[in-house]
Design a protein around this ligand. Structure first.
Ligand SMILES: CC(C)(COP(=O)(O)OP(=O)(O)OC[C@H]1O[C@@H](n2cnc3c(N)ncnc32)[C@H](O)[C@@H]1OP(=O)(O)O)[C@@H](O)C(=O)NCCC(=O)NCCSC(=O)C[C@H](O)C(=O)O
Ligand SMILES: [Mg+2]
Length: 289
């Protein structure tokens, strides 16, 4: 099994907000997105770029993966953002509104020309109707692309959709992107929940994302981190069940059988693979400082 990195909670923070950048050093998020796009006003873009790149290069964020979200491909800031990010060498460059494999190839080339280290990956935001329809070609476009990030605010805006509990208007797009991520072996993160005071609504959306198969969720406020970590981590019960399944299957295999029941349910090889994935994620979470 390839290395498992927990990406349960991935917190955006405005790149111009010095206090938030400092605060993030102690927050229990698995990853951070230092934002140069939506959360930064045009006049503050250049100062934010410098601040964010210095933060990403500082090594001051411990185990947290530090990424930089650059401005979109069609903006006046994009090229300079990518050049500066390539030099800073974050864990990833998060690129908004990626619509095609060609976009991914252009980003990849710019990172190479900018001298980005191998460790700097591409996280592509999928947040337009075109991206939903091109999700597979985007996900498959490059090995450097390791993560798809749902942009559900932009997607809702483009669809003229409303935000409703259960997210019915967005489910088609979410499913297409999940299919694309799993078909190509990429990680996929759910979109943000905008009401930072509605904990019950947030928890329900985390549960839905987990049930769908998302690896984690993007967040906008520190108060969302702990409930999100809980929602996307295997529970004690799930870990115990995974161990039971693996044990029972090993016994059956030793007795020459390829199928067994655990608590009345059929268990085959594929269920054991899933149980191993759960244990690997639980171990990776336990191994975090
Ligand atoms: C949403 C907020 C504007 C709320 O701000 P505020 O009311 O000031 O929050 P609090 O007073 O409750 O803050 C308490 C303390 O926490 C710090 N804080 C707040 N948010 C963050 C954060 N994101 N990261 C780190 N630290 C944060 C405050 O500084 C307070 O600290 P202290 O003073 O020491 O007590 C605000 O939370 C915010 O700006 N959030 C991020 C917004 C953002 O990044 N938006 C862009 C990304 S989302 C997006 O673009 C989605 C996508 O593209 C799509 O299409 O869907
Ligand atoms: Mg967006």
């Amino acid at each position: 099994m390839s290395e498992v990195k927990p990406r349960r909670s991935v917190l955006y923070m405005p790149g111009a907000n010095e206090r938030a950048l400092e605060k993030a050093k102690t927050l229990p998020a698995d990853a951070l997105i230092l934002d140069l796009e939506d959360a930064v006003a045009p006049d503050a873009k250049e100062a934010a770029r410098e601040r964010v790149c210095a933060a990403a290069a500082s090594g001051a964020y411990g185990d947290r993966e530090v990424t930089i979200r650059v401005n979109g491909l069609d903006t006046e800031w994009h090229d300079a953002d990518l050049r500066a990010a390539a030099q800073a060498g974050p864990a990833a460059v998060v690129v908004p509104k990626v619509d095609s494999a060609t976009d991914v190839h252009n980003i990849e080339r710019a990172l190479e020309l900018g001298g980005a280290p191998e460790k700097t990956k591409i996280w592509a935001m999928v947040e337009t109707p075109v991206a939903m329809l091109h999700a597979e070609e985007i996900a498959a476009a490059s090995e450097r692309l390791t993560v798809l990030v749902m942009g559900t605010n932009d997607l809702a805006k483009e669809l003229h959709a409303e935000f409703v509990p259960g997210r019915a208007p967005l489910l088609g797009g979410l499913s297409l992107c999940l299919l694309a991520a799993r078909a190509t072996g990429k990680v996929i993160l759910d979109g943000v929940y905008n009401d930072v005071q509605d904990l019950a609504g947030f928890e329900a959306e985390c549960r839905q994302g987990r049930e769908f198969g998302f690896d984690g969720k993007t967040l906008i406020h520190p108060g969302q981190i702990e409930p999100c970590n809980r929602a996307f981590a295997p529970s004690e019960g799930e870990v115990a069940q995974a161990r039971k399944i693996i044990g029972a299957f090993e016994e059956a295999k030793a007795a020459g059988r390829g199928v067994v029941t655990v608590d009345g349910r059929m268990i085959e090889n594929l269920h054991v693979d899933n149980a191993r994935r759960i244990l690997a994620l639980a171990d990776a979470i336990a191994g975090r400082r």
